[in-house]
Write a protein that binds this ligand. Structure first.
Ligand code: SF4
Ligand code: SF4
Length: 113
């Protein structure tokens, strides 16, 4: 089951950087949890990190996103695989940029005389 943030949130900003899945972001009036990214911290920690740190206890379970532990684990594995593909794509792009810059540096400049 994903978690959700209620309107009791005081926008203290402390939960957002603690989420290992980047599931928390600022909404229109207060912070929100993306249920597609929240695994209840399954795969990362034994307890939901946002719940542990929230000073006003405004992060209950989201009744609209019922999931078993197995489903949360599968979501964690999907998110991890996506993150790995994104990291590899970024690394390949950086390599291509470096390679192009290296080739450009070797091309003699046209004389302006
Ligand atoms: S329970 Fe974990 S994964 Fe879900 S929003 Fe909180 S910190 Fe993020
Ligand atoms: S820790 Fe609690 S009060 Fe603070 S931003 Fe997150 S949900 Fe809101």
């Amino acid at each position: 089951m994903a978690l959700m943030i209620t309107s009791e949130c005081i926008n203290c900003d402390v939960c957002e950087p603690e989420c290992p899945n980047q599931a928390i972001s600022m909404g229109e009036s207060f912070y929100e949890i993306d249920p597609q990214r929240c695994t209840e911290c399954v795969g990362h920690f034994g307890e939901p990190q946002c719940v542990q740190i929230c000073p006003v206890e405004c992060i209950p379970l989201n009744p609209f996103h019922l999931e078993s532990r197995e489903q949360l684990q599968a979501k964690y594995e999907r998110l991890t695989a996506q993150a790995q593909v994104q990291a590899e794509t970024r690394a390949e792009f950086a390599l291509e940029v470096r390679s192009s810059a290296s080739v450009a540096a070797q091309v003699p400049r046209a004389s302006t005389d």
